[in-house]
Design a binder for this molecule. Structure first.
Ligand code: SF4
Length: 102
């Protein structure tokens, strides 16, 4: 009886750990430049690689980390953006919805 309840407990721990790892992986998923939403907004993970002909108003100093919509901390390499729910944008990224942080 004791070994059965220990086995059940160990299985519950294993299931709980797997769920935590899966949720962490989902929280850390980065926006793929090829995602339809990202492509529509001209998102680039590296602001220096934005197509200047397509986005003439883009400037190299503009990046997610100094955008009003960016929810990451200044030292973070990536953070949340409401335009890409459930994913993270690169701190050095950029998209055409960029709005300078006040
Ligand atoms: Fe980055 Fe701002 Fe575009 Fe979000 S809205 S992807 S934070 S530039």
């Amino acid at each position: 009886m004791k070994s059965t309840s220990r086995r059940v407990f160990m299985m519950q721990v294993a299931v709980a750990s797997t769920a935590v790892i899966a949720s962490q992986a989902m929280a850390q998923a980065k926006v793929d430049e090829k995602d339809p939403q990202a492509a529509a907004l001209g998102y680039a993970a590296d602001t220096t690689k934005v197509d200047a002909k397509k986005y003439p108003k883009h400037a190299a100093a503009q990046k997610c980390s100094n955008c009003q919509l960016y929810a990451g901390k200044p030292a973070d390499a990536a953070g949340a953006c409401p335009l890409f729910a459930g994913k993270q944008v690169a701190a050095n990224g950029w998209c055409s919805a960029y709005a300078k942080k006040a």
